[in-house]
Design a protein around this ligand. Structure first.
Ligand code: R5P
Length: 293
């Protein structure tokens, strides 16, 4: 009978005991070693590997790991990467732009990934199984856990759940929440491709109410800050901010803290704000009764 073999990258060591060694050669090339690799032959293999931070390096590591496991004759390869980099680049917004989400998905599928398990993937709008490019994806949502955390922080007082961006509507809809509609401008600058926010509109009545702003990710924080200011202008009592993935780029946390006393995320990407863990949901996946296996 086949068993499930778990291979854990060092970049997942906060949650699971690592079983893969990853480092560098003197010239910067990636060096990976999987002790006991031969045991993967004929087995179902689950690779736990974060793809952020250092997404390009982490992708190369994953390609090397997958190729080695496939070469050993693994029966099925499932990759668990809580945050999928490049997922925001799923559409071409200007002529000639590469829709890199599609490219990355196809590369992962081509390298032998039979199923990619991730959390609140930016280009997906519901939890569950789907296919993007050639890649089979299982998208897991952390919205319930993030909302439960807000319940504790608001100490049982009622609160509204509002999504700053309608792209992640499914995160807030389960709790009867609503979303704002964000429109971005065209790209500015040439070194860092970034589209500033043009407008953010929506219907909400938050006067004297507590509010949880919930999004799939906080990156530069500009979306969250604009939404926070809208809530404060509308007379909200207390606003807290949460996201599945906290990238917290630049001085975003300082800017957020000036406007909100609670900002938190999951540990899909590790940071001091990671107060909700993805681990229980991952452990559910490893249950032999899980439909993944
Ligand atoms: C939509 O684009 C996403 O749901 C997030 O709102 C966005 O990625 C957050 O980016 P930033 O923090 O840079 O505004």
């Amino acid at each position: 009978m086949s068993e499930i073999i778990k291979l854990v990258s060092p970049n997942f060591s906060d949650l699971f005991e690592p079983s893969i060694e990853a480092g560098k050669f003197p010239d910067g090339d990636t060096h990976v070693r999987i002790p006991g690799l031969a045991a993967c032959k004929g087995q179902e293999v689950v690779i736990l590997h974060r793809l952020y931070p250092n997404q390009n390096e982490a992708l190369v590591e994953l390609l090397l790991i997958m190729d080695a496991v496939r070469y050993q004759g693994a029966k099925k390869i499932t990759v668990v990467s809580p945050y999928l980099p490049y997922a925001r680049q799923d559409k071409q917004t200007v002529d000639g732009e590469i829709a890199s989400a599609h490219v990355i998905c196809n590369i992962l599928a081509g390298a032998g990934c039979n199923r990619f398990v991730t959390f609140d993937c930016h280009f997906l709008n519901e939890e569950g199984d789907t296919v993007h490019g050639n890649l089979n994806i299982t998208n897991i949502s952390m919205s319930k856990q993030l909302i439960d955390q807000a319940r504790k922080l608001f100490e049982g007082q009622p609160f509204e759940v509002i999504g700053p961006d309608d792209g992640a509507a499914y995160l807030v809809e389960t709790s009867g929440g609503s979303t704002l509609k964000k429109v971005r401008k065209n790209y500015e600058g040439d070194k860092i491709a970034y589209r500033h926010i043009d407008s953010m509109e929506g219907k909400f009545d938050v006067k004297d109410k507590n509010v949880l702003l919930l999004d799939d990710m906080i990156s530069t924080g500009n979306t969250m800050i604009q939404a926070l200011e809208k809530m404060m202008d509308a007379g909200a009592k207390k606003v807290i901010c949460a996201a599945t993935h906290g990238l917290f780029l630049y001085n975003c946390l300082d800017r957020l803290r000036k406007r909100s006393e609670n900002i938190y995320s999951t540990d899909s990407i590790l940071s001091p704000q990671s107060s909700v863990s993805i681990k229980p949901r991952l452990e559910d996946l490893f249950n032999p009764q899980s439909k993944l296996f």
